[in-house]
Design a protein around this ligand. Structure first.
Ligand SMILES: Cc1cc2nc3c(=O)[nH]c(=O)nc-3n(C[C@H](O)[C@H](O)[C@H](O)COP(=O)(O)O)c2cc1C
Length: 447
């Protein structure tokens, strides 16, 4: 799991904060993040960071008791042009994920705040609206009763089923997870996104390298606003999709296509994410464990056709282990390398054959000098259809050995990206320990 996936998976709305102000240093970081926010719709949004702790009780800004002890509010004001609310959803979600990463809690507020009071505070201009405010602060250990009630009411912890949201070519055909290929993670991140009253209005049709985004507009829901609040949710979906795709190395752009497809009632076309044609459908993923991941990553990264590599911990018993956990807490993970390869340049059989060249495939829980279950060898797949290819290549490998092949073959499970200092370790530390000889690196480069 890469860092973004972890952040999206772990983020939850915070409505009860510790009663203390955010540090000045953190405020500076937040302001810098706000300054650099961008969106694919080229819309300008005006933000304000308002201190709440300095105000006395009578001046405190109102959230109808929903939010407890926020240190600050971030307000967003804009002119309601085409795609302005989608742009707001995109930028603010990017900001919220950043806040989550630095330990600051937040909660989207589109309804439960005193709009008039905030409008006055930010000097709202005549042509502007103030659709969203974001209370922020340190997350309190205990939730207030109001927060517990709000979560229950909006069923904040539940999400719609994948098959209700994602389609193939048209709205009559559901998109299976296995058919989403390397984009399954980006779609899953859309599915997990926050939305107003948790209505999850996003519907997506995959058509080759194109992903058409539609809004299922809940009848009557936006009547209480002067604008369609679910457009903000669509911006959140766009952010989760494109940021997740980018984190995996897939580039693409948003554009407006107006596909002539038959749409269900109350469903509106919004925009399309178009993936780079050279990559879509050809990029594939496999996770390989071959002893200490420093050397294995270096070796695999040199092979022609391998687009990107990342080291992590795979197939253990706990969801987010650290290096210390893996080494000392018996979590059962193995040191692994996540490989994204261009299947038009190199196929899985060839990747595996080069991988076998740098491991002792019959050795149990040991590679080079390293001993222990974290050094077991393994092939972990994310695409069910790869299993047949893997099994065939293991049979061919077995024919070359008397001893039994000890490579574990399993679907990828409980994968977590390793800490930054482990990534590209041998590039950062050229003299660092490595169980793979320089002749092998040369061979990989010449492959
Ligand atoms: C555009 C938008 C507006 C929201 N408005 C409110 C609000 O006015 N009050 C509130 O308590 N929560 C609000 N929420 C938070 C949602 O209820 C929450 O994101 C959803 O229930 C999912 O829960 P989670 O964020 O903990 O995953 C809003 C969320 C979004 C995206």
């Amino acid at each position: 799991m890469n860092k973004l996936v972890k952040t999206i998976t772990e983020r939850k709305s915070t409505r009860t904060f510790e009663n203390r102000p955010i540090s000045e240093e953190t405020k500076i970081m937040i302001l810098e993040k706000i300054r650099t926010l961008t969106n694919p719709f080229d819309v300008k949004i005006r933000y304000n960071l308002i201190d709440n702790t300095e105000k006395d009780t009578t001046q405190k800004l109102g959230t109808y008791g929903v939010i407890r002890n926020p240190s600050n509010f971030i307000t967003a004001t804009l002119v309601d042009d085409k795609f302005a609310l989608e742009a707001l959803g995109y930028e603010m979600e990017d900001l919220i994920l950043y806040l989550t990463n630095i330990g600051i809690g937040s909660c989207w507020l589109g309804g439960t705040f005193n709009r008039g009071q905030f409008a006055k505070e930010v000097g709202l201009k005549e042509d502007e609206i103030i659709p969203i405010i974001l209370p922020i602060g340190y997350i309190a250990d205990k939730k207030s009763i109001t927060e517990k009630v709000m979560r229950k009411m909006s069923k904040g912890d539940s999400r719609k089923d994948w098959l209700e949201l994602f389609f193939k070519s048209d709205f009559n055909t559901q998109l299976l997870i296995s058919e989403a290929g390397v984009y399954s993670e980006a779609l899953e991140m859309v599915r997990l996104g926050p939305s107003a009253s948790n209505k999850q209005p996003w519907r997506i049709i995959k058509d080759g390298n194109k992903f058409h985004f539609y809004e299922y507009s809940t009848p009557g829901y936006s009547k209480m606003f002067s604008y369609d609040i679910q457009r903000i949710d669509m911006g959140i979906a766009a952010a989760h999709f494109s940021l997740s795709a980018k984190a995996k190395g897939f580039v693409g752009n948003f554009s407006v296509e107006e596909p002539s497809l038959k749409v269900p009632e109350n469903t509106l076309y919004k925009f399309t994410w178009i993936g780079d044609e050279n990559m879509t459908g050809k990029a594939k993923e496999i996770v390989l464990a071959g002893g200490c991941f420093w050397g294995t990553e270096k070796y695999l990264s040199l092979i022609k056709g391998i687009i990107s590599t990342e080291v992590g911990y795979a197939n253990g018993n706990t969801p987010f282990p650290t290096y210390q956990d893996v080494c000392y807490k018996d979590t059962g993970h193995t040191e692994a390398v996540k490989v994204i390869y261009d299947s038009a340049v190199i196929n899985l059989t060839a990747v595996l054959s080069l991988f076998y060249d740098v491991i002792n495939p019959t050795s149990i829980n040991k590679q080079g000098n390293d001993v222990g279950s974290q050094y077991r060898s393994g092939i972990y797949y994310v695409d069910e259809s790869d299993l047949e290819v893997i099994q065939k290549s293991i049979i061919e490998l077995q024919a070359k050995y008397d001893e039994k092949i000890a490579i574990e073959v399993l679907p990828l499970d409980n994968y977590t990206t390793a800490e930054e200092y482990h990534q590209k370790y041998l590039d950062k530390n050229p003299g660092g320990y490595c169980h793979i000889g320089p002749d092998k690196f040369k061979k990989a480069m010449d492959s």
